[in-house]
Design a protein around this ligand. Structure first.
Ligand SMILES: [Ca+2]
Length: 355
């Protein structure tokens, strides 16, 4: 059963530091110049109609989470309500505090509307499939979800370990009726398997697979094929897009320079990495195709136990329209660049007026 997916949904809101006059001005420019472009007519982005999103992320473990967070921030169709950070191997302890610091650094670098709260989630995986790990991230997920229902679901992106989403489902099972989970993980459909997100909390994935929450999965085989990015291509596409573009390109370059042998092992090329987590943004923007499939069970070795008669289904992403996704990202990075420039000009004018 093949489905072409092109849903774009709705909502809005900001917070944290009060926006300065300059930021408000920049925001007005951003809205005037970018939020109502003529060529996104298929997308309803009127105020209050953007798709509400919470990102859960192990940002800092690689570089694709930073790209994904930046795209979520500049996409006018999306309303990022908050970020919940999680653990991954190799991070300074406590891991969720480390990832929260990285998320805040990204937020400070990207001009965007309003402000986005960051909550450190769990720094360790679930002990078992019955016991939640409560923390501010889990509480935020549950509270934020109360504004939503089955007809208008909060999108919860899982781009790291699923510990906090699973904990929230264990604390409040009714959450499954108010969210849609969009995750990056698993190697491929037949075997399943995984080397990172699922491996980092297997019990959490069992909780999510057993829940009633709609579940969308973008797997490694598809993202490796469709979302590979070379150093040269990144520079060509993003370097002209202000400090944010430069920042994103530098992140990729630093990652590629870090361990070329490992990069070659994963992607087959020493100068290519995969922007894995962007598959979740692509889904939200209606730039993926996916099949409805019976929800598998997860074995201890992370392989799938398929049950063709399973009552619960999931959406399995089969392709990403990457050219369209990158065009969208570049377009709204340009808008961010313009708002950056307007902000700078306004600051200079104010300074001159005070002199
Ligand atoms: Ca990630």
């Amino acid at each position: 059963m093949k489905h072409s997916l092109s849903h774009i949904n709705v909502a809005s809101k900001p917070r944290r530091r009060p926006a300065s006059t300059y930021l408000r001005f920049a925001l007005a420019c951003l809205i005037a110049a970018c939020v109502f472009p003529s060529d996104v007519s298929a997308v309803n982005i009127a105020r209050g109609t953007r798709r509400a999103v919470v990102l859960t992320t192990d940002v800092g473990a690689e570089m694709d989470d930073q790209w994904t967070l930046a795209h979520l921030l500049v996409a006018p169709e999306l309303d990022l309500r908050g970020v919940v950070t999680t653990h991954a191997p190799g991070l300074d302890t406590p891991a969720a505090e480390t990832t929260a610091r990285v998320a805040r650094e990204v937020l400070e670098r990207i001009p965007h509307r309003g402000s986005t709260p960051v909550f450190a989630g769990s720094s360790v995986p679930l002990a078992d499939e019955r016991t939640p790990r409560t923390n501010p991230g889990v509480r935020f997920l549950i509270e934020e979800s109360r504004h939503f229902d089955a007809g208008r679901r909060l999108a919860v992106l899982v781009t790291g370990a699923a510990t906090d989403v699973a904990s929230a489902l264990l604390v409040d099972p009714s959450l499954a009726g108010r969210i849609e989970i969009v995750a990056m993980g698993f190697d491929e459909w037949q075997h399943g398997g995984d080397s990172w997100n699922i491996k980092n909390d297997r019990a959490a994935w069992r909780v999510m697979l057993a829940s009633r929450a709609p579940l969308v999965i973008g797997n490694a085989a598809v993202t490796r094929r469709d979302l590979a990015m070379t150093r040269v291509r990144a520079r060509e596409m993003f370097a002209a897009h202000g400090t944010t573009g430069d920042f994103l390109v530098r992140l990729l370059e630093r990652w590629l320079d870090r361990d070329p042998a490992f990069t070659r092992q994963v992607t087959g090329q020493p100068d290519t990495w995969v922007i894995w987590d962007e598959v979740t943004t692509a889904y939200l923007l209606g730039m993926t195709r996916a099949d409805v499939r019976p929800r598998p069970r997860l074995r201890d070795d992370l392989s799938f136990e398929h049950d063709l008669r399973a009552r619960r289904k999931l959406l399995w992403v089969t392709s990403v329209d990457a050219p369209r996704l990158w065009r969208h990202f570049m377009k709204y990075l340009s808008c961010a660049k313009n708002s950056e420039r307007n902000l700078k000009r306004k600051k200079q004018s104010a300074k001159a007026a005070m002199a």
